[in-house]
Design a protein around this ligand. Structure first.
Ligand SMILES: [Mg+2]
Length: 601
């Protein structure tokens, strides 16, 4: 434990849902649920308005619909969330070289390593300025916890939510911690808590009083000793910068289970390329290639192969991943695929791999052909082949996705069914917009790109804003990086975790317990970097869930609850099919506010 509260924990408030509310003026102040909207979908994030009804992250979407039938149920737009995340992480990196992302919207920052004076006043000022900068740059709010340890900083940010800052003064930590439930301690999930409860241990104070020997007896040596240390305030876990992470990985969840072998191989090749792009972006290389395969029934397996030395060659990684998938039976249907590289090194020894690379180049060329003539990506921003794949798939008008209409401009899908798609035409900077319904095949209607939430983020608009020490912040615009991925109808890129495998709790508080098959997917920052690619970033539980296959009638009655909004052509400014509900009507302008983002309550 440090002598000053110089560890900062940032957690964006209801991140996905807040981003959607900022993007869609008609949803501000309304219950919004982002997640899988299909029959087996899971809630990724619920807006605070939806939480009032008991909707929680990691809950089955079907249950959420029962609790809050009038919420807007939206499919995630990960490319937008990633863009926002990059901006936020850029602001954090301007504060310190030691930034440890836990998920797209959550990270630890070691302010002491950033040269901030180790006093309560100085760190508080940094935290407040950070919150202002985040709002200015993204239009969204984040909560900040400041404390002398990671555990306490995270507890503090949770306590500060929404849209707040809490600093735990050095010396007061134990007093604050003692009455809290033992569940606040990282690593204590439902099972451990139940074991402790049966032994009469419920609070942090009772945990400390039980003594180390008793905790070891109950939980085993490693867990018992670790728990005792944390319960007595001994948390010296360092903030581990992203570059020190042990692995990099990417994964995709598919709308419909993949059964076609060729398609599975193709997806693995794409994931390998994407993984290498991330590896290279981080200036790293790695020795062990891992694949992850989740079946239709959620059973998950991983396979790994360790190379002779570290590589960042896409052909080498692709080839290893291809060998690994060859050994896996996928005939029953694959729901999720992932590729990771672990055993990371800071340097690349491409020379070691010259041979392997040339051997692999033939295979690479073949895979590229299969991917529609795309070239293997070498350090370029976008993976090729994605579009080629999208063309083959039928266009899906999933609720929440961006569209563009030749006459009416930018909008988003509010619902679809029986051959119709209902679109609300509004932008992050407009008044709440009107709804129009089209035939599904209307040639004037096309998938659109996510728009930046903050106008200044558009190219050329940045200069107007005072930007304290953040020259390196990447613009959130749909610039080079990931935008094209979100063509409706393609499987949503599932887990674009920023903090490569820092720990299995990557999804943080929004992940909730008990869901992921991922081991140790307990809330709370697990001890530093997790060993496995797969159990780390890849093991992300459901929050990143892509929509399950969507029965269109479902999205009609669900996402557009009103009595048949999709029918009846033309404008529908009235009770607003999506979120509305009685007494909740959008009433144009009622929801608009100058700063999009967090709706305060
Ligand atoms: Mg959050």
């Amino acid at each position: 434990m440090r002598s000053a509260p110089t560890i900062l924990h940032l957690d964006m408030d209801a991140f996905y849902a807040s981003a959607e509310q900022a993007a869609k003026p008609s949803l501000r102040g309304k219950p919004v649920v982002v997640g899988g909207i299909g029959p087996r979908g899971v809630v990724a994030t619920a807006s605070y308005e939806a939480r009032v009804f008991g909707v929680r992250s990691a809950m089955a979407t079907a249950q959420a619909r029962r609790l809050c039938p009038n919420a807007a149920y939206l499919t995630p737009r990960f490319s937008l969330y990633r863009d926002i995340s990059e901006v936020v992480m850029g602001l954090l990196r301007a504060l310190s070289p030691l930034v440890e992302p836990l998920s797209l919207d959550e990270a630890f920052v070691d302010l002491e390593a950033g040269g901030v004076e180790p006093t309560a006043a100085a760190v508080r000022a940094v935290g407040e300025r950070l919150r202002r900068d985040i709002r200015a740059a993204t239009g969204l709010s984040g909560s900040v916890g400041l404390a002398a340890s990671k555990m306490l900083a995270k507890i503090a940010s949770e306590d500060a939510k929404p849209d707040g800052l809490l600093l735990i003064e050095a010396g007061t930590e134990l007093e604050m911690l003692r009455p809290m439930s033992v569940r606040v301690i990282p690593g204590v999930g439902p099972a451990t808590a139940e074991t402790l409860r049966r032994a009469g241990i419920n609070t942090v104070a009772e945990t400390a009083e039980a003594g180390e020997a008793e905790l070891v007896r109950l939980l085993g040596k490693a867990h018992g000793s670790g728990l005792y240390a944390l319960a007595t305030g001994h948390d010296d876990r360092p903030v581990v910068a992203e570059r020190d992470a042990k692995s990099v990985s990417v994964e995709d969840t598919f709308e419909e289970d993949l059964t076609d072998r060729t398609r599975v191989q193709l997806e693995i090749a794409r994931l390998a390329d994407r993984c290498v792009q991330r590896l290279r972006a981080a200036g790293r290389s790695g020795r062990t290639v891992v694949i992850k395969v989740r079946s239709y029934d959620f059973s998950t397996l991983t396979r790994s192969e360790t190379l002779r030395g570290p590589t960042d060659d896409p052909a080498v990684v692709r080839e290893a991943a291809a060998r690994l998938i060859d050994g896996v039976d996928t005939t029953t249907g694959v729901r999720l695929l992932g590729v990771g590289v672990s055993g990371l090194a800071d340097y690349t020894q491409e020379d070691l791999f010259a041979q392997a690379a040339s051997e692999a180049s033939a295979a690479a060329a073949a895979a590229a052909d299969a991917a529609g003539g795309a070239e293997p990506a070498r350090g370029s921003g976008e993976e090729p082949g994605e579009d080629a794949g999208a063309v083959e798939r039928p266009r899906r008008w999933l609720p929440g996705l961006d569209v563009h209409h030749a006459e009416y401009g930018a909008g988003w899908v509010q619902g679809s069914g029986v051959g119709r798609v209902t679109v609300r035409f509004e932008t992050p900077w407009s008044e709440p917009g009107r709804v129009r319904t089209f035939a599904v095949g209307d040639p004037d209607l096309e998938p659109g790109e996510p728009l930046p939430l903050v106008r200044a983020a558009l190219p050329g608009g940045d200069a107007a804003r005072p930007a304290p020490a953040q020259a390196t912040v990447p613009g959130p615009g749909p610039s080079e990086s990931t935008a094209p991925e979100d063509v409706p109808g393609t499987p949503d890129p599932a887990s674009p975790e920023p903090g490569p495998a820092t720990n299995a709790a990557a999804a943080g508080p929004e992940s909730g317990p008990g869901l992921g098959p991922g081991p140790g997917a307990e809330p709370g920052p697990g001890p530093a970097a997790d060993s496995g690619v797969v159990s780390g970033a890849l093991a992300d539980p459901a929050p990143e869930e892509a929509p399950g296959s969507v029965a269109d009638p479902g999205s009609l009655s669900g996402s557009a609850p009103g009595p048949g909004p999709a029918v009846g052509r033309g404008a529908d400014p009235g009770p607003g099919p999506v979120p509305g509900g009685p007494g909740n009507g959008p009433g144009p302008a009622s929801g608009s506010r100058p700063v999009p983002g967090m709706s305060r309550r």
